[in-house]
Design a protein. Structure first.
Lengths: 312, 502
């Protein structure tokens, strides 16, 4: 497989995962807000923080209200992480790799992009929001299904999986980072009545609520949620689980030991984390997530250097 | 959409590819015309719709630029095939082989002894002013002395019914993927007619192309590593590049995927590491191939590629410099070249041509700009032309200036009465002008001509411009064995009865 094509495939998967995770994030936030009293600090601006897009958002918008944030995250092409930008980037990457991908995958992504474009031009509001987000999530899942059912176990699939799992791990830590910073009690006595709901929302952002209930069988509590989302071996959106998938997938590639080593180091860091104290100390958690993000960059760097033929 | 009545088909004074006279098809087209005539309006509409759906589903597109962005347009396709009798095609095929053989000998001669100039057959000022002569290619010996491995020659039929060669495309001729896909679409919508077994198949092109490319490998015997090299997705023929790579099962590469090593071999960057490349079917112009040898600004090419080619470490198809014979002024000399190199009479005629570099010809051209088609020597895609009868006085004046300023760059031909073929336009079958582009593969010991070729059709009434970039469409081209048409009516009639019985 050509290095350029491998790189395009890898980014295709990352952009698709980003579009889906962003849609999930908005969707859960919307539902949560409906249950909350006006007075809580939780609002639409936390989504801007989660996505790390404060600077570009504030440059183009006056206030962080629902309409602005929705349009920014769904349909603003000036922001590279918006759903429309992610889908456009996924589609451009797919364009050059159409000859090696099953035709239905192109058709699904092409159609999703065209429909999304139409919808964001018409505007996203609280009434059509749910259907729109559902459409994005469903289509991304359809593509995942098409890949699963029609793409051979070749290097093409390997690079798709590498991109998907790295992006997923990255998005999960972003969600934990900012959302948790808002939520974590400064001291056990300061528990708000809504704390339970808020931790649930973190889980629901990652469609992890059901699995948490089944696997953990405990009341929703900060340290348990953190342990589940960071270290769990079985939940697909847990950071450790995504990284372990990568280690396994890498086996199919030549010279994989180097990259595996980088991923392994990151898994070790995760497993060694003291979730009790991280849950109690927001600053510490924030620093830890930063450390993980640096780790993701190193993983990406190792993949790019090894397989995408950094210039020589 | 209304039912077809061939008695009402208007000829407008042109030779028609399907109809011999009102209501009377040529023998080879009888089966098709009768089949189409028995379709009712609804069925005809369904056939057209089926073709549109097939094109969309199969993803047959070509790329156009519009308002700064790139759009994939569905390939414009007419469901009524164009038909050529097998015996006529066999003569044409022989003529094309003869022509391409002479052209390859000519190119090889130009880059070696230039005997053709020394013997006074080609005026030396034509060579001196050729923009496609590449001094970088002098003295090089490509495998089997083949330079133009793939040639797309444009044929047109005049009102006398004879096929003429209009031009030879020796650089990066495109369209063959559409020829193949047109056949796939037609097979889906007119399966009954293919069941008769008289329509010659076209689908061996990609394996012939692969065999020809493999025969050029500098490492014969080994499993050659072949690639198709594209300028990228912004190129209008990207669909074709991708299609051919896919059909041959080879990598589709861009310049940035390749590098030339210290050993002067070409390698591609793979996930598994560097892999040596033996044959490059390049779909990128000479001047962008190698920034070391040609345009230093080119980011599409590969530094050192010409060095690798000169040392025989890699085959480039078509060879750089082959375009020297793809020049509308050189074109005028092709009949002479056939006589000179092969000592044979040309089997296929050229369109009579006036060379503006000759004083008498130029005077005639300047006096008759309103009647002639004037072409620049080195443009393709129908750009930069003056079609006299369709031009304004101002355009004629502009061309007169252009010709006087650079006579070597212009030639003119009489406006041909291009033949027509019935074409489904807005629900009615009307005559539209067509041409034909067959593709000729030269491997040295073997020459292969496509069965028919790509028929392009000017979809606008009265228009002579068939290029897809300028409102042209295309048709499937059938080579039909007329001699074996025993009881020609039976297939379509039995079809009729079957349908009636449902």
């Amino acid at each position: 497989m050509l290095s350029r094509v491998a790189e395009n495939i890898y980014w295709l998967a990352r952009y698709l995962e980003r579009a889906e995770d962003t849609a999930r994030l908005i969707s859960v936030n919307s539902h949560l807000l409906l249950d909350f009293p006006r007075a809580t600090s939780l609002g639409w601006d936390s989504l801007v923080n989660i996505t790390g897009s404060e600077a570009i958002f504030d440059k183009h918008y006056d206030k962080r209200d629902e309409t602005s944030v929705l349009n920014f995250l769904c349909g603003d092409r000036r922001y590279g992480g918006s759903i429309i930008s992610s889908l456009a980037a996924a589609r451009e990457n797919l364009r050059t790799t159409r000859d090696i991908m099953p035709r239905e995958i192109w058709e699904e992504i092409n159609q999703l992009y065209l429909d999304t474009d139409k919808q964001v031009q018409a505007g996203i509001n609280s009434r059509n929001r749910d259907n729109f987000l559902k459409r994005v999530i469903r289509s991304c899942q359809t593509v995942t299904g098409l890949i699963e059912g029609s793409l051979s176990y070749t290097q093409v699939r390997t690079f798709l999986l590498l991109g998907r799992h790295l992006e997923r791990a990255d998005m999960t830590t972003r969600i934990i980072d900012v959302r948790s910073a808002n939520l974590l009690p400064r001291s056990p006595e300061e528990l708000t009545p809504f704390e339970n709901l808020q931790w649930m929302s973190v889980l629901k952002s990652l469609t992890g609520y059901q699995m948490y209930r089944q696997q953990v069988r405990l009341r929703v509590k900060g340290p348990d949620v953190l342990r589940f989302l960071l270290q769990d071996k079985a939940f697909p959106r847990a950071v450790a689980c995504s990284l372990r998938e990568m280690v396994q997938v890498l086996e199919a590639l030549p010279r994989h030991e180097r990259v595996q080593q980088v991923v392994d180091d990151l898994v070790k860091l995760l497993i060694a984390a003291d979730v009790e104290s991280l849950a109690a100390e927001p600053e510490q958690l924030h620093l830890f997530v930063d450390e993980l993000q640096i780790g993701f960059n190193q993983v990406h760097g190792a993949i790019a250097e090894n397989y995408f033929g950094a210039t020589d | 959409m209304s039912k077809i009545n061939w008695n009402n088909y208007a000829f407008n004074g042109f030779y028609d590819e399907l109809m011999a006279a009102p209501g009377v098809p040529h023998p080879a087209a009888r089966m098709l015309c009768e089949y189409l005539a028995q379709l009712d309006a609804r069925e005809l509409k369904e056939h057209k719709h089926a073709a549109e759906v097939a094109i969309q589903v199969m993803g047959i597109t070509f790329t156009v630029y519009s308002e700064g962005s790139m759009i994939d347009r569905a390939w414009p396709f007419d469901i009524v095939p164009r038909i050529i009798p097998l015996d006529e095609w066999q003569r044409t095929e022989a003529g094309l082989k003869q022509r391409v053989q002479a052209l390859n000998m000519f190119i090889d001669d130009l880059y070696h002894d230039q005997k053709v100039v020394k013997d006074g057959v080609l005026p030396k000022e034509i060579l001196a002013q050729s923009v496609n002569f590449r001094p970088q290619c002098v003295g090089i010996n490509p495998p089997h002395h083949i330079w133009a491995h793939i040639c797309g020659s444009d044929l047109v039929r005049d009102k006398d019914g004879a096929l003429y060669v209009l031009e030879d495309n020796l650089r990066v001729p495109s369209g063959v993927s559409y020829m193949l896909e047109n056949r796939n679409v037609t097979k889906r919508i007119l399966p009954e007619l293919f069941a008769t077994g008289r329509i010659q198949p076209v689908d061996d092109y990609c394996s012939n192309l692969y065999d020809m490319l493999a025969a050029m490998s500098p490492r014969p015997g080994d499993d050659p590593q072949i690639v198709v090299m594209t300028p990228g997705i912004y190129n209008s023929a990207y669909f074709e590049h991708s299609y051919l790579a896919q059909q041959m099962g080879v990598e589709l590469v861009e310049g940035s995927d390749l590098l030339v090593g210290d050993d002067d071999c070409v390698y591609m960057r793979m996930v598994d590491g560097l892999k040596r490349v033996d044959v490059i079917y390049r779909r990128i112009d000479d001047l962008f191939l190698d920034p070391e040898a040609f345009n230093p600004e080119s980011t599409l090419g590969v530094a050192g590629l010409m060095r690798a080619w000169r040392k025989g470490k890699v085959a480039l198809v078509n060879a750089p410099g082959a375009g020297v014979a793809d020049d509308k002024v050189v074109y005028a000399f092709v009949p002479e070249l056939i006589r000179y190199y092969l000592d044979q009479e040309p089997l296929l005629p050229n369109v009579p041509s006036y060379l503006c570099m000759r004083d008498d010809d130029r005077r005639y051209v300047l006096d008759n700009l309103d009647k002639l088609v004037v072409k620049p020597a080195n443009e393709s895609g129908g750009y930069g032309m003056l079609v006299g009868p369709h031009s304004t006085k101002a355009e004629q004046k502009q061309f007169a200036e252009l010709i006087k300023a650079n006579p070597r760059n212009y030639m003119a031909q009489p406006t041909l009465s291009l033949s027509t073929a019935p074409t489904l336009c807005d629900g009615v079958v009307e005559a539209r002008h067509v041409d034909l582009r067959p593709f000729i593969l030269s491997a040295g010991n073997q020459t292969h001509v496509t069965t028919g070729g790509l028929t392009r059709v000017a979809l606008t009434r009265g228009s002579l411009v068939v290029n897809s970039s300028q409102g042209g469409g295309s048709k499937d081209t059938w080579i039909v064995d007329v001699d074996n048409l025993d009881g020609a009516l039976s297939p379509s009639q039995s079809q009729h009865q079957n349908q009636g019985g449902e």
